[in-house]
Write a protein that binds this ligand. Structure first.
Ligand code: KIV
Length: 275
C-alpha cells in the first residue's frame, strides 16, 4: 500500500475512471479542485490536481449569485469547454445544473451536451435514491457519473440552509444505503459534502468506488475544495476549507501545497471536520 504518498509529477499520465479506482485500492489520496476557466485549469493540471470540477459553485464564485440554483446548461458548457481546452492530465468533471436531470431522458440529453460540446469526461449530479434510475441509464449509455450525497446545495431552499447532513441516525442510514444503490446502478464515484467524519469513513469503506469528501473528514479516498475558498478569494469561506495562499504566496504554490496536503493526509485537519 502506498498510503499518504505525495504526487510524482514526472510519472503522470491522463487520469481516468480506472486510475481513480486504482488509487483507491492503493490507498493513494485523490486531489480535486474546482476551476471555471482555462488559465486556472492549466495551473491545476500542471500542479498535480487529479480531477478538475466545473462545479455549479460557479454561480456563486464567478457570477455572484447567493446559491448555485441560477446556473444554466449553456453556462456550464461554456466553462467546461474552457477548462477542457487547458487540461492535459486531470480528469474533467462537470456538474449537471439544477433541474437539468429531472428524468433519465433529460439527463441523457444534457450529458450528451456536456460531453460532446463541453468535452467533460464525467458528470456529477446531486441526489441519492431518486437518482438511481438516472444513474443506471447514464452508466448504460457510457456516461461516467459522480453522485453527490450529504449536503446537496441545489436543494438549499428545501433544506432551509447549508447544514451538516447525517447526524440523525435515519438520515445516516439512508445515505449509506443510497451509496450502495448508486454504486450498484453504475456510479463511478461518490462525493460527500458536509457529513460527519465517522459516517463518511464508513461509507468510504463500504463501497468499491472512490469517495471524495468536502467537509467529510480525512478518511475519504480524496478531497475537493472550491478554488476561490482555498485561494482566500471568497468573501466568506466555509469552516471546512483552508486558505492555502496564506503560507505560500503564489497560486501555483498554493495549489501544489493543497495537492501535497491531500496526498500526505495533512488536509483536512480536525478543525475542518464535523462530528
Ligand atoms: O459546485 C461545486 O463546486 C461542488 C463542490 C462543492 C463539491 O459541487
Amino acid at each position: 500500500m502506498s498510503q499518504n504518498k505525495a504526487t510524482t509529477l514526472t510519472t503522470r499520465s491522463k487520469v481516468n475512471v480506472n486510475t481513480l479506482r486504482k488509487m483507491k485500492q492503493a490507498g493513494e489520496k485523490i486531489a480535486m479542485l474546482t476551476a471555471y476557466d482555462a488559465s486556472f485549469a492549466r495551473i491545476l493540471d500542471a500542479q498535480g490536481v487529479d480531477i478538475i470540477l466545473i462545479g455549479d459553485s460557479l454561480g456563486m464564485v464567478i457570477q455572484g449569485h447567493a446559491t448555485t440554483i441560477p446556473v444554466t446548461m449553456d453556462e456550464t458548457i461554456y466553462h467546461t469547454k474552457a477548462v477542457a481546452r487547458a487540461t492535459e492530465y486531470s480528469l474533467v468533471l462537470a456538474d449537471l445544473p439544477f433541474m437539468s436531470y429531472t428524468s433519465p431522458e433529460m439527463a441523457l440529453r444534457n450529458c450528451a451536451r456536456l460531453m460532446q460540446e463541453g468535452m467533460a469526461h464525467m458528470v456529477k449530479l446531486e441526489g441519492g435514491a431518486p437518482q438511481v434510475e438516472t444513474v443506471r441509464q447514464l452508466a448504460h449509455h457510457g456516461v461516467p457519473v459522480c453522485a453527490h450525497l450529504g449536503l446537496q446545495p441545489q436543494s438549499v431552499h428545501k433544506l432551509g440552509g447549508y447544514r451538516v447532513q447525517g447526524r440523525d441516525q435515519a438520515v445516516a442510514d439512508q445515505m449509506r444505503s443510497d451509496a450502495q444503490a448508486l454504486q450498484k446502478a453504475g456510479a463511478d464515484m461518490l462525493l460527500l459534502e458536509c457529513v460527519p467524519a465517522a459516517l463518511a469513513a464508513d461509507i468510504t469503506k463500504e463501497v468499491d468506488v472512490p469517495v471524495i469528501g468536502i467537509g467529510a473528514g480525512s478518511d475519504c479516498d480524496g478531497q475537493v475544495l472550491v478554488l476561490h475558498d482555498m485561494l482566500g478569494v471568497s468573501v466568506k469561506a466555509p469552516r471546512f476549507s483552508r486558505d492555502f495562499m496564506q503560507d505560500t504566496g503564489t497560486i501555483q504554490k498554493a495549489v501544489r501545497a493543497y495537492v501535497d496536503a491531500v496526498k500526505t493526509g495533512g488536509f483536512p485537519a480536525a478543525e475542518h471536520c464535523f462530528v
